[in-house]
Write a protein that binds this ligand. Structure first.
Ligand SMILES: [Zn+2]
Length: 134
């Protein structure tokens, strides 16, 4: 069975086994892990891999825009494979960070008063709160 890591094709980005492992972990569970959480998950399938290697892989994937690096408050950086424009919902009770997508057809300018001709290079929307128990 092919995984997203096998089909990821970014010009100039050579998907080594280690990069594939890191990318696979990020796409398997989209909970925005930190580098050390990625390390904990990857080392099960790739014993002997170092945390420094994980950092290098993540850096390369971010550089090539295969994943996004996201920062919440002063925490360690977290990583997200969702490349479409989206915001995050930070559940303060569980600590879990969920992706929240724009409703279909909604543009930023529909709800934000953006200065005319502004060139927006990145978007960060983070909501904090709690979700009802399921
Ligand atoms: Zn995300």
């Amino acid at each position: 069975m092919s995984t997203p890591a096998d089909t990821l094709n970014i010009p100039g980005l050579r998907m080594t086994k280690q990069r594939k492992d890191v990318y696979r972990v990020l796409t398997e569970s989209r909970d925005h892990p930190t580098a050390s959480e990625v390390y904990d998950r990857v080392k099960h399938s790739t014993p002997g891999i170092s945390l420094a290697t994980i950092y290098n892989c993540l850096e390369t994937l971010v550089e090539h825009k295969a994943v996004k690096q996201v920062n919440f408050d002063r925490e360690s950086s977290r990583y997200c494979p969702n490349l479409s424009e989206h915001g995050h919902f930070h559940d303060e009770k569980t600590g879990v960070i969920h992706d929240i997508n724009f409703k279909k057809g909604v543009q930023l300018s529909d709800f934000l008063d953006i200065p005319e001709n502004a060139d927006i290079s990145s978007l960060e929307i983070t909501l904090r709160g709690t979700l009802p128990k399921t």
